[in-house]
Design a protein around this ligand. Structure first.
Ligand SMILES: Cc1cc2nc3c(=O)[nH]c(=O)nc-3n(C[C@H](O)[C@H](O)[C@H](O)COP(=O)(O)O)c2cc1C
Length: 359
C-alpha cells in the first residue's frame, strides 16, 4: 500500500502545494462526531489534539486533516504579499539519538540518507522560509478551509510579517497586523502570529525581542478585535526565564493562547562537513521531531507555572516532538490545553485516531 502523506518531503514545496495531500483514502475518513467534551479559547472541540503550522499549506490539506480526526489544525503560515520558498530540499532527516539538548545544539548535525522507521528516532530539519502566494491566493483558499471545519473542530490561521527593503521596524510590525486583518476578513476564527521562524535570514527570530513582540501583539489585536490571538514562540533557555516572564506580562492583555515551541536551530551538514541545504543563510536550520520533545514539555511546564503564579488566563498549545499518544499525554500533564504535532503527523497520518483511542 502506498503511504498516505500530508506533505511529501521528496517533492518540492510547489508540487506539494499544487498536488497534495497524497494517497489519502476516503475509507480512513471519520465522519462520526462525538459530543465535544473539550474547549479551546471558548470553542467546543472534540479532542484537544491537532496539527501545528507547517504540513497543511492549502484547504485540501486542512480538509483531509479534519476528516482524519485532527480537531484543531493550523493553516500553514501566510504573508501579506508573495514570497518564494527556499530551494529544494526543504525537509531532511538528521542523524541523532535521544534528546537534542542545548549542549548538543552547539555541534553540527549530519543528515541521514533515509528517514528512520521508528518515529522515536525521527528528528528532521525543515527549511522553507515561510513561502506565500500572497493574499490574492490564500484568502480565497482560506474560505474553503473554513468551510471544511466539522462540528467540534477549529481552524487556526497562522500569519507572519515580511521585511521589505527600506521598511522601518514599525512598518514591519504593522505588516503582521495587515496579514492578520486579511485573515480575519476571510473568516478566520483564531489567528496565530508566527514569532519564531528560524529559517528566514533577513527577519530573524523575533520572539526574543520584548519591543517587537509587544508592538506586534498590540497592533495585531487592534486589527482583529475580538478574534482570539495566539502567539507562536520558540524555546527560551533557563537563563532567558526573566525575558520570557517580562514578555508574557506585557502581552498577556492581548493574547488568548501561547503556542510553544517552534523548532530549535542547529547547523546541518553533510557527512563531509559541508552545508547540507542549498543556498545562502541555510547552514543553520530549524530542527523538530522526537529530539525536541523535552524542550516543548519544559516550556509548557514553565508557562503553566507562570500562569498559576500570576493568574494569567492564556491557554497553552504544547508543540514539539509529539510522535505518539505517549507524548500527547505528557503534554497534557505538563499543563497544555491543546497539543499539536507536525513531524509525528507527517509520518503517521493516523496519529489523531491513535490519540483519540487513548483518551
Ligand atoms: C514541514 C514543516 C513546516 C513548518 N512550517 C511552519 C510554519 O509555516 N509556521 C510555523 O509557525 N511553524 C512551522 N513549522 C514548525 C512546527 O509548527 C512546529 O512548531 C515544530 O515542527 C515542532 O513540532 P514537531 O516536532 O511536531 O514537528 C514547520 C514544521 C515542519 C516540520
Amino acid at each position: 500500500m502506498t503511504k498516505a502523506l500530508f506533505y511529501d518531503p521528496a517533492r518540492t514545496f510547489e508540487d506539494n502545494y499544487a498536488n497534495g495531500p497524497f494517497n489519502m483514502d476516503q475509507k480512513d475518513y471519520r465522519d462520526e462526531t462525538v459530543e465535544p467534551k473539550f474547549h479551546f479559547l471558548g470553542f467546543p472541540i472534540q479532542s484537544p489534539f491537532g496539527i501545528a503550522a507547517g504540513s497543511l499549506p492549502t484547504s485540501r490539506h486542512t480538509n483531509a486533516a479534519f476528516k482524519l480526526g485532527y480537531d484543531v489544525v493550523v493553516y500553514k503560515t501566510q504573508r501579506s504579499g508573495e514570497f518564494p520558498s527556499n530551494a529544494f530540499p526543504n525537509v531532511l532527516p538528521i542523524d541523532v539519538k535521544g534528546d537534542i539538548t542545548l549542549e548538543r545544539l552547539k555541534k553540527p548535525f549530519v543528515v541521514r540518507s533515509n528517514f528512520p522507521k521508528n518515529l522515536r528516532e525521527l528528528s528532521i530539519t525543515n527549511s522553507f522560509g515561510v513561502p506565500s502566494y500572497g493574499p490574492s491566493v490564500w484568502q480565497d483558499d482560506l474560505t474553503h478551509a473554513i468551510a471544511g471545519v466539522g462540528a467540534g473542530q477549529l481552524l487556526i490561521m497562522s500569519v507572519v510579517g515580511t521585511i521589505r527593503e527600506g521598511m522601518t521596524p514599525s512598518e514591519y510590525y504593522e505588516d503582521f497586523a495587515l496579514a492578520a486583518r486579511e485573515a480575519k476578513e476571510s473568516g478566520a476564527q483564531v489567528i496565530e502570529v508566527n514569532l519564531s521562524c528560524p529559517n528566514v535570514a533577513s527577519e530573524g527570530v523575533i520572539c526574543y525581542s520584548i519591543d517587537a513582540v509587544y508592538e506586534i501583539c498590540k497592533l495585531t489585536k487592534e486589527a482583529i478585535g475580538d478574534t482570539p490571538l495566539v502567539i507562536k514562540v520558540g524555546y527560551y533557555a533557563p537563563e532567558q526565564q526573566d525575558l520570557l516572564e517580562r514578555i508574557v506580562e506585557k502581552v498577556s492583555p492581548y493574547i488568548g493562547a501561547i503556542s510553544s515551541i517552534n523548532t530549535l536551530a542547529g547547523e546541518i551538514v553533510k557527512e563531509d562537513g559541508t552545508q547540507a541545504l542549498p543556498g545562502k543563510g541555510r547552514l543553520r536550520s530549524g530542527i523538530c521531531g522526537a529530539g525536541i520533545t523535552w524542550a516543548g514539555l519544559d516550556m509548557v511546564r514553565r508557562l503553566d507555572t507562570l500562569r498559576r503564579e500570576k493568574g494569567y488566563t492564556y491557554e497553552i498549545i504544547g508543540v514539539g516532538g509529539v510522535m505518539s499518544p505517549i507524548e500527547f499525554h505528557e503534554y497534557r500533564k505538563a499543563g497544555a490545553n491543546l497539543v499539536q504535532s507536525v513531524t509525528g503527523a507527517m509520518w503517521n497520518q493516523y496519529l489523531a485516531q491513535d490519540v483519540k483511542a487513548s483518551l
